[in-house]
Design a protein around this ligand. Structure first.
Ligand code: KIV
Ligand code: ZN
Length: 512
């Protein structure tokens, strides 16, 4: 058994399935590049057959990513598999990930197939895929709730057909660490050709145990691949969190004894990028990437850390991308210092023009805010990389008036397909008035299902990062905006969500 643990990131596929977390092609490309920088072994780029948009995303990622294997999900049928293989053609290293449900409940209620039919389809689909690509992963969906005898029969057959990775999903997050670990161990012991495949774990977090279950699958079950997402992004309570599983295996190497290929210094930038792109805010006390993860607020702890850092710190903040020096740049900082800081934060800009634009925004921000923190730079970089010339709506300026006892008024100037327009409205508060001012012109009819404000670096001097979630005709999208003025940040977030609602995508869900 190898001592390398393969990290398979599915932020762009399973993570993106989370309502509201859908990403544009450019956003996915940017995250894929960051995942490559992080040196994840496999990037699941999407589900090519689910929509034309997903097909294009998988293809675009396959074209640019060279150091990680690029994977596409496919249902276990010839059409899906051919489509996925087609999208993966440009990949330096590609993988087809086939899935088919094997639990009694899913076979009977969802697939309406008998176990024998599922067995045949699993076998034939892997046979078909193997003719198109060497690297084949097979997932028995809802595997953890499947009958072990039937699962052994299916998995033995697909390995015989050439599946090189066997992934055992706990699709509904029902597992308990010891039981899940032993489940995998028993499968590996009972299946005669189990040593011909790498075993993989894929855990959902419904009971808050996705990371614990995945680690048990590794330690007890002998799995050598973990499927996970940045920030644990994913449907319902999410997936196993990449940063937690990676830092657990690295910090407790004494226990796991496994090697990882991950360059952990890029973890924080990846976390910020995913959070800002999707609008899924990272809770302050989130392990590894939360704002408080390395903050020692209590006097006793601070004293201990100053005397010897390992009194209270089991990991080094720098190792996951936090900088020791938090106030980083100011008004007088030059372009080189800015560029250097971007590099230290693991942010790669696509071109010198992008750096120039981001630097101009940095100067604007530094005029309004005396201290610029890493979080500000990450927000700025993310905003810069996410902005597109071809977006339908763009923020220009805003004015609003609010006074005790008076109904607030707002006037927002924004662009629609490059042309400036003005919307005016009153509202319950300045934010409400500003968003109604935009809506008075756009008339999207979208329902707001979430509005949240987060201070990027913790004080009232900080930039506010606003997330707006809109729902329209069954689609849910998130928009994010950052600015020292939270009313402006709100208007930017609203326009960003409207832009996403514009890009229509009909897609097939991977589950259900
Ligand atoms: O949770 C799950 O079962 C999945 C499969 C499609 C692998 O995401
Ligand atoms: Zn899943």
């Amino acid at each position: 058994m190898t001592d390398k643990l393969i990290i398979f990131d599915t932020t762009l596929r399973d993570g993106e399935q989370s309502p509201g977390a859908s990403m544009t092609r450019d956003e996915k490309l940017r995250i894929a590049r960051q995942l490559e920088r992080l040196k994840v072994d496999v990037i699941e780029a999407g589900f090519a057959a689910s929509s034309n948009g997903d097909f294009e995303c998988v293809k675009a990622i396959a074209e640019v990513v060279k150091d990680s294997t690029v994977c596409s999900l496919a249902r276990a049928n010839d059409r899906d598999i051919s489509r996925a293989a087609e999208a993966l053609k440009p990949a330096a290293s590609g993988r087809l990930h086939l899935f088919l449900a094997t639990s009694p409940l899913h076979m009977e209620k969802k697939l309406r197939m008998t176990p024998d039919q599922v067995f045949e389809q699993a076998k034939l689909s892997v046979r078909f895929a193997k003719n198109l690509m060497g690297d084949i992963e097979f997932s028995p969906e809802d595997g953890y709730r499947s009958e072990p005898d039937f699962l052994c029969r299916v998995l033995e057959a697909v390995i015989k057909e050439g599946a090189t990775t066997i992934n055992v999903p706990d699709t509904v997050g029902y597992a308990i660490p010891e039981l899940y670990g032993n489940f995998i161990k028993n499968l590996r012991e009972r299946i005669p050709n189990s040593d011909k495949a790498v075993w993989s774990v894929h855990c959902h977090n419904d009971l808050g145990m996705a990371v614990a279950n995945s680690l048990a699958g590794v330690k007890i079950g002998g799995a050598r691949q973990v499927e996970c997402t940045i920030n644990g992004l994913g449907e319902r309570a999410g997936n196993c969190s990449l940063e937690e599983v990676v830092m657990a295996v690295k910090t407790r190497k004494d226990y796991f004894g496994l090697e990882l290929g991950i360059d952990t210094q890029h973890i924080l930038a990846a976390s910020r990028m995913v959070s800002q792109t999707t609008g899924f805010v990272v809770q302050p006390n989130k392990a590894v990437v939360g704002a408080n993860a390395f903050a020692h607020a209590s006097g006793i702890h601070q004293d201990g850390v100053l005397k010897a850092r390992d009194t209270y710190e089991i990991m080094r903040a720098e190792d996951v991308g936090w900088s020791a020096n938090k106030i980083v740049l100011g008004k007088l900082s030059g372009r080189n210092a800015f560029k250097q800081r971007l590099l230290e934060l693991g942010v790669a800009m696509e071109s010198e023009a992008d750096i120039n634009n981001a630097f101009a925004k940095f100067k604007e921000l530094a005029d309004r805010k005396s201290e610029i923190f890493d979080e500000d730079i990450l927000a700025l970089a993310s905003d810069e990389s996410a902005s597109h010339d071809n977006e339908q709506y763009g923020f220009v300026s805003l004015s609003q008036h609010s006074e005790t006892g008076e109904r607030p008024q707002a006037c927002v100037v924004f662009t629609v397909a490059g042309k400036e327009v003005k919307g005016e409205s009153d509202g319950n508060g300045p934010v409400d008035a500003s968003l109604k001012a935009i809506e008075s012109h756009v008339k999207s009819g979208a329902e707001m299902v979430l509005y949240s404000v987060n201070a990027i670096s913790g004080s009232t001097e900080s930039q506010g990062e606003v997330t707006v979630r809109l729902q329209n005709s069954g689609r849910v999208v998130n928009g994010v905006g950052a600015d020292p003025d939270i009313v402006v940040a709100s208007a930017k977030a609203y326009l960003s969500a409207l832009n996403k609602l514009q890009s229509k995508a009909d897609r097939v869900a991977a589950q259900g």
